[in-house]
Write a protein that binds this ligand. Structure first.
Ligand code: C5P
Length: 219
């Protein structure tokens, strides 16, 4: 098989990585890989407090987990043991659980291998925190999206309202800032742009403008 094409999009919580990754993947007719959903689904499956478990117990729990990917663009479906990952993982609480387990080397090693295996099999727009730095360091096209905490909280707020879910802007700001702090300061694979990534500050940009910038850079 020909070598796959990997485009990476990293950035902090709420910056719009998934939206952009889906649309860029559609433009390229390839799947997008939401690696945050991998961390969230592990956190969800293992449950609250699992970040306190010892490595042997964590390792045993990870043993039965396999990811699959099908479809392209926004129709990409990530599945865990054959079942599509659903919206139950899309809360700030599960985001924080994900951030907690994401500090653990045993979890990161396991998910890195799963992500790289998918990258061997499929061309991908892969989005997360360490796609350009750790998981796909040789990707030819790397982006780092950023935006102020206020703007990201506002985007998340609008997203939740659109889904008919309860949302509190001040609480979102506080949660996003807390998760950012943990993601940027952890020892293993902290959130940061790869040296060869193109950083785009999207605070003052519309989605269309960001997408146009991404498309232009991959052309
Ligand atoms: O992107 P999302 O908000 O879904 O990610 C949830 C959490 O998973 C992040 O806050 C981060 O701690 C972790 N994560 C990570 N590395 C990735 C993707 C997500 O550490 N590649």
């Amino acid at each position: 098989m020909d070598k796959t094409l990997i485009v990476t999009i990293d950035g902090p919580a709420g910056v719009g990585k998934s939206t952009m990754a889906k649309q860029l993947a559609r433009h390229l007719s390839i799947p997008y890989l939401d690696t945050g959903a991998m961390f969230r689904s592990v956190a969800w499956k293992l449950g609250e407090g699992s970040w306190e478990w010892d490595e042997a117990k964590l390792g045993a729990a990870l043993d039965g987990i396999e990811y699959g990917l099908s479809g392209t663009g926004e129709d990409s479906v990530l599945s865990l043991n054959g079942t599509a990952i659903g919206n139950e993982i899309r809360t700030e609480q599960v985001g924080m659980w994900a951030s907690n387990i994401a500090t653990l080397p045993v979890i990161r090693t396991f998910l890195k291998a799963a992500q790289q295996a998918l990258g061997e099999k499929f061309s991908l727009v892969a989005e997360g925190r360490d796609m350009g730095t750790v998981v796909f360091p040789d990707a030819p096209c790397k982006f780092f999206l950023d935006a102020s905490v206020d703007e990201r909280a506002m985007r998340r707020f609008r997203q939740l309202v659109a889904m008919g879910k309860p949302a509190d802007l001040e609480e979102l700001k506080e949660q996003i800032a807390r998760r950012d702090h943990q993601d940027r300061n952890r020892v293993v694979a902290p959130l940061k742009p790869a040296d060869d990534a193109t950083t785009i500050d999207t605070t003052e940009m519309t989605r269309e403008q960001v997408l146009a910038a991404l498309k232009e850079a991959v052309a």
